[in-house]
Design a protein around this ligand. Structure first.
Ligand SMILES: NC(=O)c1ccc[n+]([C@@H]2O[C@H](COP(=O)([O-])OP(=O)(O)OC[C@H]3O[C@@H](n4cnc5c(N)ncnc54)[C@H](OP(=O)(O)O)[C@@H]3O)[C@@H](O)[C@H]2O)c1
Length: 316
């Protein structure tokens, strides 16, 4: 898919179009592509793309979907992305995060459809950090293990696919899907929250992630890429920067160690990833934290956050 293809508005299928990434992707791409968004439960209203309902956990659903919609590009954002839900429903986690991507990848390869598959920084155990695409994953927990199995199955069935390991934040349909929204919501309500000083990551604003993925499609990249911010920080620092941007009280954030946080689940303290491979392929540096957070704030000020929330169909 070249830049001239974008002039004639290619047909794009986005799965998970009610999720944090999928919805922002579908909304942002709708001006440049003819977008069909796939949702499962969440009903959308007034979105600038066609939305269809499909349960991708059903066998053959992914292949049937491609047959029915015949896109030129499919961006696969749907997943069972909630860690607790994966632990309590392991079969569904494996079906959604490993079997469905495998089926989609094979069907896309057969039909000559470009696939972008979304994976996660959580394929690493977070013991070392600064991971490159060459480093050996060691996933902890069912979410991470099923996501790694998904990316491996996609790579095998469809070598032309882009596999993007991500970590992102932004404005979501329910206002509750990202860590940035968590800090914004609680600090705005004057509530105390904890911020881990020893958990490091490279979160990227979801809208910047969409821009990068569209460039990767345009350049017809394939293979595995880390698509995160070029700059890492602790979760505590991330919260403080949000507080400062929105003029909220950062002393409401208690700096603590994850070890003191009373969490039962195994933690991955350092999920920082290198972005040199993608920077080289695109000929540009990936955004730093200042750029992403300033845009996050600007999207709030100019009404984008509220617009995203209004896409939720109210059940009466
Ligand atoms: N959020 C992060 O920071 C992060 C970090 C690393 C990787 N990722 C990856 O990024 C991708 C997108 O994550 P996200 O945070 O945007 O997820 P999300 O907000 O939880 O959204 C998940 C999406 O998947 C859909 N879905 C779930 N089960 C389905 C089913 N059986 N059939 C069809 N659709 C189904 C949901 O539809 P309904 O709403 O209609 O149920 C929703 O649109 C995932 O692959 C995730 O693993 C996310």
């Amino acid at each position: 898919m070249t830049s001239s293809d974008f002039v004639r508005r290619p047909r794009l299928l986005v799965t998970g179009a009610s999720g944090l990434l999928g919805l922002n992707f579908a909304v942002q791409a709708a001006g440049r592509c003819v977008v069909t968004g796939v949702v499962h439960h969440n009903e959308l209203a007034g979105v600038p793309f066609e939305a269809i309902q499909v349960d991708l956990a059903q066998p053959h659903a992914a292949a049937d979907l491609l047959e029915r919609t015949r896109p030129e590009v499919v961006v696969h954002c749907a997943a069972l992305a909630n860690l607790e839900a994966c632990e309590s429903q392991p079969e569904l986690a494996w079906q959604m995060n490993a079997a469905a991507p495998a089926e989609l990848a094979a069907a896309a390869a057969q039909a000559g459809i470009k696939l972008v598959h979304i994976s996660t920084d959580a394929v690493f155990d977070g013991q070392r950090g600064n991971y490159s695409e060459e480093d050996l994953p060691n996933p902890l927990g069912i979410y991470a293990r099923s996501k790694l199995a998904g990316e491996q199955a996609v790579a095998q069935a469809n070598p032309q696919a882009i596999i993007a390991r991500v970590n992102f934040y932004g404005w979501s349909l329910n206002g509750t899907r990202s860590l940035a929204e968590f800090f914004y919501r609680n600090l705005s309500a004057g509530k105390n929250v904890n911020g881990f000083t020893d958990v490091h990551f490279c979160p990227l604003l979801v809208n910047a992630l969409v821009d990068l993925l569209l460039k990767m499609i345009e350049k017809d990249l394939s293979g595995l890429y880390h698509v995160v911010s070029a700059e890492s920080l602790s979760k505590y620092e991330f919260g403080c920067r949000i507080a400062r941007l929105f003029n909220l009280d950062e002393t409401l954030i208690t700096p603590i160690s994850w070890r003191a946080g009373g969490l039962q689940a195994q933690r991955s303290p350092d999920l920082t990833m290198r972005t040199a491979k993608l920077a080289g392929a695109l000929g540009q540096n990936l955004p730093d934290q200042q750029a992403g957070l300033a845009r996050f704030h600007e999207l709030f000020v100019n009404g984008y956050a509220q617009k995203i929330r209004l896409f939720k169909r109210l059940v009466v």
